[in-house]
Design a protein around this ligand. Sequence first.
Ligand SMILES: [Zn+2]
Length: 454
Amino acid sequence: MDDSIKDALGITDTRVTFDEKFKQTHSEEITPKGVAYVWNLKLSYPMNCPNCKKRMNYNGTKTVIHQAIPTGTKLNFFRIRKQKYLCKYCGNTEIAMLKDVNKREHIFKAVKQKAALDIAEDASFKLIAKENNISANTVTRTALSLGAYLKPNYKFLPNHIAFDDFKSGKFSKSGMSILLVNISNHRTIDVIADRGGKSLEKYFLRYSRKAREAVMTVTVDLFSPYRPIIANVFPNAIILADHFHVVVQAYTALQQVRIRIMKGFKKDSREHRQLSKFWKLIVKRNTDLNRSNRYRRRNFRGAMLTSEEIVQRLLQLSPELRSAYNFYQDILFVIQNQDAQLLKQKIWPDKDDPQYEAFPKEMNRAKLTLRRHYQEISNSFIKDYKGYTNGPGEGCNNKIKVIKRTAYGFRNFTNFRLRILVAFSTSFYSINYKNSLKQLNKKTTNPPERELVA
Ligand SMILES: [Zn+2]
């Protein structure tokens, strides 16, 4: 059989020939998967009995259909007449084995490898299955078989880690899963199924004691239940509050106050429109507001106002809103300047501090949360740990959102986890995954003689 045809069809098994029983090498046929080329091939070679080590007798043939890699948009199927064997000494029977296909499978290894590579892109398992003309289950199994030995290294953890939680819905009891990140190089270590209950503790206890003792800081959001678990599994670690989540506390409260005040005005009133339309200016850092360009503002009776002047007008509508705004701006300032002393003053103000007159209940709740986590926030300002906080999580979460949107094929957490880890090109997993694909390619698609040339 012509080597170039074999190459084009992705056959590396040199013992395959065209079947002389057929006049044509191939024909176009209608198959359950659509119109395809069906190639008539034969696989026969001398075989020794695995038991007696003696040459076996030929004992008829069996025709098997295999799905190979497509040429262009055309599917290729191989109708292979495989030699059957009989051992006259022990009665053992065998059948010829095609090297390009795993035992008891019908789809070429090359097809599965292509699918495995596609998983690293942003497409759903379903779409990958469709494009490669295989079932979604086959895609999953392929990916999992490649990832089988890519378990996290339970003997190692970096010195500085972070938890980045994300909504995972049905995949966890609490509805939240965690991305475990090496915060000093922003590499993803693993995905932890459930942040609630005992599962987080159980997960980390799989790591060796030495690995856990190496952890010096854990950066987390302000989710309280983490604390006792972290103290238990990481005996040497201190907790750093993630700056992004600190700001989120005050941000959320400010938005709640603004909406409550807005709803106190009639829906068709000017004040309602103003508070609704300019919310982005209220949450902006005050020092970043434009103070020089005046524009005619329809919602302010056509007055010529800068962005900063608009904010001043909005704050005049409510002492509560002003008070919430000031506190929020203080928190932004504290985080920007990493000033623990100032934070302390702001969240434990003197009784006669005029700034917090009419302090709204929503912001008070945020303030109490910040008090509870004061130590962790001030830890995060320690010079040695700079850069181990702030939200790289943001980007991760967006990526996960995209994966979830395209994730029709995820019936279980295993697939979901695999997909997330492969999608982060910097995860340890991803790097291993791609290496394992390279290894696989070398083994199956390169004939050994070519390796000698190289
Ligand atoms: Zn035998």
